[in-house]
Design a protein around this ligand. Structure first.
Ligand SMILES: [Fe+2]
Length: 383
């Protein structure tokens, strides 16, 4: 546990059922003349875009919508969105959706202000200063992107996942309205929930966790562990949806401040090579990485075991309980359990490890050190 720490969160957070209705008032605080709503077709089809436009209709502003975003957005869509924003002199972004629209809104808010291309701002702390303001509104309970200083993109040309990390991409205001997640189908609820559970566990076990981030991570573990199945089975269960939104939010704050670990680092190469959705890559690798990591600090997994509401165990037994719990969830959700299930070949392991080892930004947080050989072994264990 890191006893010297700092803690960063978005400027303002509004949480609660129907909180989307406050958007107009919130937008007014930025005195905008031109707003760009960044979203995707799924959000439009669920009626959430219309609802958002309706709420903003009384503002005397130009409204532009950018919804050409795929589930895992190609990095080029950021420059397209920024071009549209520049043409319309946009002075406020509203990102509405899962992680993809929110990350595109974050990226476009940089490029629209500083020009050039998103490729000039990738990596850690390469954003020169504050961006065009952004209000971020998640419609899933999973990525936590609305509260993190990260934006993740797919580079289709190079078949890579690439990222921006900067405090300047944190939202100015975040609106978390759990009612918006009710339209998520069961599979999306499950995959997003597993992503959030991964964030919770990885941030709790990160060597950079602090007393403050650990509180968020363990609360997230508790809420997601308790409610993920209910949200999956009954999407209109208000308590389950509210708790998953809160859990995902806490987990996002956890990774924003303590970082994620080996699951993130090893999943990105898998996602890039086999075109697997982020939450599925995480859910698949999480049990194998816990099995590798736990020897470094069994106490952490005793805490996680208790937070998940499982029978309290000590030492290695607690880890086994946690792994069984995750395996059971993956089975219930009919998610792939091995790399073979997603079409990976053992001959690809070295290429995957060559990519994963470059992800030092994330690997440095992992509770147990990994070298190239360790990463190869974890991938091998996942077949
Ligand atoms: Fe994630």
């Amino acid at each position: 546990m890191n006893q010297n720490w700092s803690f960063n969160i978005p400027g303002s957070i509004i949480f609660g059922n129907n909180s989307l209705s406050q958007l107009s008032q919130i937008a007014k605080d930025f005195s905008p003349k031109s707003i760009c709503i960044v979203t995707d077709r799924g959000v439009s089809e669920a009626g959430i875009l219309n609802k958002t436009l309706h709420i903003l209709k009384d503002l005397e502003v130009t409204l532009t919508t950018f919804d050409e975003i795929e589930p895992e957005p190609d990095i080029k869509s950021i420059d397209q969105c920024a071009k549209l924003a520049r043409e319309n002199k946009v002075d406020l972004f509203v990102g509405v959706g899962g992680g993809s629209p929110i990350d595109v809104a974050k990226g476009a808010s940089i490029v629209a202000k500083y020009d050039g291309s998103i490729f000039g701002y990738l990596g850690v702390d390469n954003v020169p200063g504050s961006t065009i303001p952004k209000v971020l509104i998640p419609t899933t309970a999973g990525t936590g992107s609305e509260v993190t200083p990260f934006a993740i993109f797919k580079d289709k040309e190079r078949q890579l996942k690439t990222a921006i990390q900067s405090k300047h991409v944190l939202g100015d205001t975040v609106i978390i309205d759990p009612l918006l997640t009710h339209s998520c189908p069961p599979k999306v609820t499950a995959v997003c929930g597993m992503d959030a559970l991964t964030h919770a566990i990885e941030s709790y076990t990160s060597i950079n966790s602090s007393p403050m981030s650990a509180q968020c991570s363990i609360q997230a573990t508790n809420l997601i562990g308790k409610y993920i199945l209910q949200a999956y089975k009954n999407g209109d269960n208000v308590e389950a949806r509210q708790s998953m939104s809160l859990g995902s939010f806490y987990a996002g704050i956890g990774i924003a401040n303590a970082g994620s670990g080996a699951v993130g680092a090893l999943s990105y190469p898998v996602e890039g090579m086999y075109k697997v959705i982020h939450g599925i890559g995480n859910a698949l690798l999480l049990p194998y990485i816990i099995a590798y990591n736990s020897i470094a600090n069994y106490k952490k997994f005793e805490d996680i075991c208790t937070a998940l509401g499982l029978e309290s165990k000590t030492g290695k037994d607690a880890t086994v309980n946690v792994i069984n719990f995750i395996n059971d969830l993956n089975e219930t959700f009919q998610l792939p359990r091995t790399l073979g299930d997603i079409g990976a070949r053992k001959g690809d392991i070295k290429t995957l490890a060559d990519d994963a080892i470059t992800r030092q930004r994330i690997l440095v947080n992992n509770m147990r050190k990994l070298d190239h050989n360790d990463i190869m072994k974890i991938y091998e264990s996942a077949f």
